[in-house]
Design a protein. Structure first.
Ligand SMILES: C[S@@+](CC[C@H](N)C(=O)[O-])C[C@H]1O[C@@H](n2cnc3c(N)ncnc32)[C@H](O)[C@@H]1O
Length: 382
């Protein structure tokens, strides 16, 4: 129970991180480069935001005319509903607005909309945002925000980390276009992986060198492992974040440049491959490829590759057949370990009684390897 509480606390704490302008710009530019009119005439919803100081709102409001947007809607979550309230400050913008309400601001979310040149300056930009309090607290699951979702064409945000599964399902049930930030681990969730496998969702262009920087609501440095929080910038750095989307972009159509199997065996920089070649799994019909850059270009069978392959996945080059964990679904199993074998291997590894589940994932020479994605070269890729 105590452990569950701790995990919950960690999860909810993780919900208050704010995305950097440069990261949003870099990602959105990738979609614009591929489809210049991707936002033209569209209604964009930015939920789970804090419009007064959100970089998402700032970025899209500033580019409203540039992108040819029809409408921009941005909603925030009420302060009292947030998991972390300290560090959250009301903006002067809100306090000086005629509609400011000291009580409502605690328990109601806010909605900002941009459709017209409300201040008659000659351009539609951030200064034309109009706002009011929502009826409820701005929870994305509320009927009120659901109606905004249904009105929108594209949904873009960094949703609460702890509600990622629910948030993606919320988008998928409405069949909307989207660009959202999530944890790399979400790739393996049973609700997410089939979407990636079937090319209904893919990874976005990505953070610069894989480093995602966020501004945390509270600068309690004891919450972070060494090197995560930077005192000077006030930012945290996460290596395990990525963008999930169903908008197309150029990177996903660039095939990986790979060596043949023979060349890998001769020249690979990985000692696991050089001179020794590729292992086969004991329990299914595929070769184990421990590094994405070690995928042999001329192998036509099934290959188990690391999760880190996914940001480099090009659907014209490879097809995804499954994950080690759902082998039964794909009829790839070649061997089932007995209970006795699983118990013996556990004892051999840990020196005590237990069961090492040799049937649950990829196994090489009787030992489990890390989680693997199963891929095969596309027939059309020569
Ligand atoms: C990771 S932060 C990102 C904030 C902002 N979108 C950004 O990227 O700068 C997620 C936000 O979602 C809010 N939030 C948490 N649970 C929510 C819910 N159920 N509905 C709507 N917003 C929620 C949090 O308070 C937090 O402000």
């Amino acid at each position: 129970m105590a452990n569950k509480k701790l995990t919950e606390a960690k999860n909810t704490k993780n919900d208050e991180f704010y995305t950097q302008y440069e990261d949003i710009q870099r990602e959105i530019n990738a979609y614009l480069e591929y489809t210049p009119d991707v936002f033209k005439g569209k209604t964009v919803l930015l939920p789970c935001d804090d419009p007064e100081w959100s970089n998402f709102t700032r970025f899209f409001a500033q580019n409203f005319e540039n992108f040819g947007l029809k409408k921009l809607i941005s909603t925030s979550y009420a302060i009292e509903s947030k998991s972390i309230k300290e560090g959250y400050q009301l903006t002067i913008f809100e306090m000086e607005s005629p509609q400011f309400d000291e009580d409502k601001t605690k328990t109601h979310g806010k909605i900002f909309t941009l459709t017209r040149d409300s201040n008659k300056s000659g351009v539609i930009d951030i200064d034309d945002l109009e706002w009011t309090y929502l009826e409820g607290d701005g929870d994305f699951r509320s009927d009120e925000v659901k109606a905004l979702r249904d009105e929108a064409d594209i949904i873009i945000t960094n949703p609460p980390f702890s509600l990622f599964r629910e948030f993606l399902a919320w988008i998928m049930e409405a069949d909307k276009e989207f660009v959202i930030i999530g944890n790399m681990n979400a790739i393996t969730y049973k609700e997410v992986f089939p979407l990636l496998m079937n090319n209904k969702v893919w990874l976005g262009n990505g953070f610069n060198a894989g480093n995602a920087y966020f501004r945390p609501a509270s600068a309690n440095t004891s919450e972070y492992a060494n090197g995560v929080y930077d005192d000077k910038t006030g930012l945290v750095k996460f290596r395990n974040c990525c963008w999930f989307t169903n908008l197309d972009h150029g990177r996903r159509h660039q095939p990986l440049s790979l060596m043949t199997m023979d060349d890998n065996i001769k020249f690979s920089k990985h000692k696991e491959i050089k001179n020794s070649g590729y292992n086969r799994y004991d329990n299914y019909d595929a070769i184990e490829v421990p590094f994405t850059d070690g995928i042999p270009s001329d192998y036509n069978g099934i290959m188990g590759v690391p999760i880190s392959f996914l940001p480099k996945y090009c659907p014209e080059q490879f097809e995804i057949l499954g994950m080690c964990e759902n082998l039964d679904l794909y009829g790839l199993k070649t061997r089932v370990y007995t209970t006795q074998e699983c118990q013996e291997r556990y004892f051999e590894i840990f020196g005590k009684k237990g069961t090492y589940d040799l049937n649950a994932s990829g196994v090489v020479n009787g030992y489990k390897v890390y989680q693997r994605i199963l891929i095969r070269k596309k027939v059309s890729d020569k």
